[in-house]
Design a binder for this molecule. Structure first.
Ligand SMILES: [Zn+2]
Length: 85
């Protein structure tokens, strides 16, 4: 995902992002950023995936809801400028 300040790619696994606390520091520009999950984006990812799985097979759908939900949340993580909150 990209930093809201300098728009450079920031890895979640980088040291700066692994610091505890809600406000993180961008390793490129030292800007303060917050990690948040967009529920709207998560639902946009989750709904079609679960729908297709249930249509194909209700059993498969049941099995896929958990991993699909986790994936949807992962895909929906965004960085937000801490100052704007
Ligand atoms: Zn930055």
């Amino acid at each position: 995902m990209n930093c809201p300040h300098c728009h450079q790619k920031v890895s979640l696994l980088s040291g700066a992002m692994n610091k505890t606390g809600k406000v993180k520091i961008c390793p490129h520009c030292s800007g303060r950023v917050r990690l948040y999950v967009s529920m709207k984006t998560a639902l946009l990812w989750l709904a079609p995936v679960t729908l297709v799985a249930f249509v194909l097979s209700p059993v498969l759908g049941m099995l896929l809801v958990g991993p699909a939900g986790a994936l949807a949340v992962a895909m929906s993580m965004r960085l937000k400028a801490a100052e704007s909150v």
